[in-house]
Design a protein. Structure first.
Length: 65
């Protein structure tokens, strides 16, 4: 947040979106993000300490977070 100057204490959506894109670009988060993807199920596997996530397209991901 130190590298971002907010225009006001409670900014509107456009500025918040610019900030989120700034952070995503700064930390290279977009390469690990699937946009326009709807999650239809998520089940936690305690033994494996992982989530099993299924999308509406039938894709399945096993993830830690």
């Amino acid at each position: 947040m130190r590298d971002w100057d907010w225009s006001e204490r409670y900014p509107g959506q456009p500025e918040i979106m610019r900030y989120l894109n700034f952070v995503a670009d700064r930390f290279d988060l977009k390469r690990d993000t699937h946009f326009n993807t709807r999650v239809v199920a998520a089940h936690y596997d305690e033994a494996a300490n992982r989530w099993h996530v299924r999308t509406e397209k039938g894709e399945t991901y096993i993830v830690k977070f």
